[in-house]
Design a binder for this molecule. Structure first.
Ligand SMILES: [Zn+2]
Length: 440
C-alpha cells in the first residue's frame, strides 16, 4: 500500500508538469529563483569590503524640515510637510543604523529648533535654520541630508527632487545618486538633481549637504502617496540606497586615485565667473529677442510645465513707466504688475501669493529695498523651489529697472527674513538667470 502511494506520488509530478497551471507554477518558481540569485548577488556586493569601509562608522545628519508651529507645506487633505518628513527621517535613521551608520536627527519630535526664544515667527525660522546647521557642524558629521516636501499653486507639478550647493562637488554627486534612486524606485519622474545655492542649510552647511524634496503635497496623487506609511518607507529606502551608492562610489574613486597624481582642484571662484558670464549673456539674449519698447517691461513668472520649474519672461505695456520721475516710482510700477500675476489667458504661473501688497521701495547704492506685506510669507504655498522662484521673480524683474543691481526683500519692514523657511534673505541678491528658461 505504501509503495503504491509512493509510486503515485512519484508519478504525479511527471503528469502535471505539462498542465498549463503547472507550467506557470514552474516558470514562476524558476523566476523566483533567478530573482533570489540576483538579490543574493546584490547583497553579496553590498556587504563586500568597499561597503563596510565606505559606509560603516560614518556620521550622517538627518534633518526633517520644519516642526512645531511651522507646518511647512500643507496638502488639501490637511497632510503637513512637518509630519511627512519626520516619519521619513525616522525610517531613514533606522536604515542607516542597521548599516552601522551613526545618525544625528536635528529633530525627532514635532518641534522646531528655536526653543523658548520668544521671537516672532520670522526670526524664529531663522534661528531654527541656524540651529540645524550648528548642530550638524558640532557633531563633525560626514553628510547632511535635509528632508522636505514640495508645494506649488499648480496641482500638476509633481516628482521628488534633490538639491545641492554648486560649490561642492561631493554634494552634487550625492544629490545625483539620491535622485537616481528616487526616480528608479518611485518614478516616473523626469526631475533631475539641481543646484539650490540660496537654500539656507545648503549655503551654511560645513559638510556635503543635500535637500531632498520628497514630492509635491500640492499634487493630489503625491499627497495621497505621501499619506501612506508604506510609500514613506520606500522614499526613505531610496534616499538610503542613493547615499550608500554615493559613499561606495566615492570610496572606490579615492582608492583608485591613491598613488596617482591628484586632479587639479577646480577654482570655484573661476567657475563662478564663468557661470555669471553665461547668466548675463542669457539676460542680454532675453532683452535682445523681446526688445521691450520704452513703455514696456519684462516681468518674470513661473513657467507652465511640470519638471521644468523655471522662470519665463513676459513683456507687458505699463502706462507711465517711461515718464516715471524716480527709480523708486519706476520700480513700484513694475512690482505692481508682478503682483497682478501673468496676463489673462497666459500659461505662465503666478509666483507671488494672492493678497500680497507692496508697502514701499527704497533705493540706496544700487540696492532696491522692497518691503512687502506679510501675505508674501503667511500665504506662501511652501516648497523650496516655489520659494526660490518667488524670490527671483521679484529680483530678476526689478533688475530690469536700470538703476537696480541687487534686491533686498523685506516683510513688514523687517530683515533678515525667510518666506517659507528654505531661502534666507539676509543679504541683497543679484538676479539669477540660471533659473530662466529661454531657448538655452
Ligand atoms: Zn520645506
Amino acid at each position: 500500500m505504501l509503495v503504491t502511494e509512493g509510486e503515485t506520488l512519484l508519478k504525479r509530478p511527471i503528469v502535471i508538469v505539462w498542465t498549463p497551471k503547472a507550467w506557470l507554477a514552474t516558470t514562476a518558481a524558476i523566476g523566483a529563483m533567478v530573482v533570489m540569485l540576483l538579490v543574493l548577488a546584490r547583497t553579496a556586493m553590498m556587504v563586500s569590503a568597499p561597503f563596510s569601509d565606505a559606509v560603516c562608522g560614518r556620521i550622517i545628519v538627518i534633518d526633517p524640515g520644519h516642526g512645531g508651529d511651522d507646518c511647512g507645506a500643507r496638502g488639501r487633505s490637511g497632510l503637513t510637510e512637518k509630519d511627512v518628513v519626520l516619519d521619513i527621517g525616522r525610517h531613514l535613521a533606522g536604515l542607516f543604523n542597521r548599516a552601522a551608520v551613526y545618525t544625528v536627527m536635528t529633530r525627532d519630535e514635532d518641534e522646531d529648533l528655536a526653543g523658548d526664544s520668544g521671537l516672532g515667527p520670522m526670526q524664529r525660522k531663522r534661528l531654527d535654520l541656524e540651529s540645524r546647521v550648528d548642530l550638524a557642524a558640532r557633531g563633525g558629521a560626514d553628510l547632511y541630508i535635509s528632508i522636505h516636501a514640495n508645494s506649488f499653486p499648480e496641482p500638476v507639478w509633481s516628482g521628488a527632487q534633490t538639491f545641492y550647493h554648486s560649490r561642492s562637488e561631493e554634494s552634487r554627486a550625492l544629490a545625483q545618486a539620491v535622485q537616481k534612486e528616487l526616480v528608479a524606485r518611485l518614478g516616473p519622474n523626469l526631475r533631475k538633481a539641481k543646484p539650490g545655492d540660496d537654500y539656507f542649510v545648503l549655503r551654511k552647511s560645513t559638510m556635503p549637504a543635500v535637500i531632498v524634496e520628497v514630492g509635491f503635497l500640492s499634487n493630489p496623487r503625491e499627497e495621497s502617496l505621501l499619506a501612506q506609511p508604506d510609500y514613506r518607507r520606500r522614499v526613505a529606502e531610496a534616499i538610503f540606497h542613493g547615499t550608500v551608492s554615493h559613499l561606495v562610489e566615492s570610496y572606490r574613486k579615492r582608492k583608485g586615485g591613491e598613488g596617482q597624481r591628484a586632479e587639479p582642484v577646480s577654482d570655484s571662484r573661476a567657475d563662478g565667473v564663468e557661470q555669471e558670464g553665461i547668466e548675463w549673456a542669457l539676460r542680454s539674449r532675453v532683452r535682445a529677442a523681446l526688445n521691450p519698447a520704452e513703455d514696456e517691461v519684462i516681468l518674470y513668472f513661473a513657467g507652465p510645465t511640470n519638471f521644468d520649474d523655471d522662470l519665463m519672461p513676459e513683456v507687458r505695456k505699463v502706462p507711465g513707466i517711461a515718464s516715471a520721475a524716480t527709480p523708486e516710482e519706476r520700480a513700484s510700477k513694475v512690482v505692481a504688475e508682478l503682483l497682478k500675476g501673468p496676463a489673462g489667458g497666459s500659461v505662465l504661473c503666478p509666483t507671488i501669493p494672492r493678497g500680497t501688497r507692496l508697502r514701499s521701495i527704497r533705493m540706496a547704492g544700487g540696492v532696491a529695498y522692497i518691503d512687502f506685506s506679510r501675505e508674501l510669507a503667511t500665504s506662501h504655498w511652501g516648497g523650496s523651489r516655489a520659494e526660490e522662484l518667488t524670490v527671483y521673480s521679484i529680483v530678476n524683474t526689478l533688475a530690469e529697472v536700470a538703476e537696480v543691481e541687487r534686491v533686498q526683500i523685506l516683510i513688514e519692514g523687517a530683515e533678515p527674513v525667510t518666506i517659507a523657511g528654505h531661502v534666507v534673505l539676509d543679504t541683497p541678491l543679484e538676479p539669477n538667470f540660471d533659473l530662466v528658461r529661454f531657448a538655452k
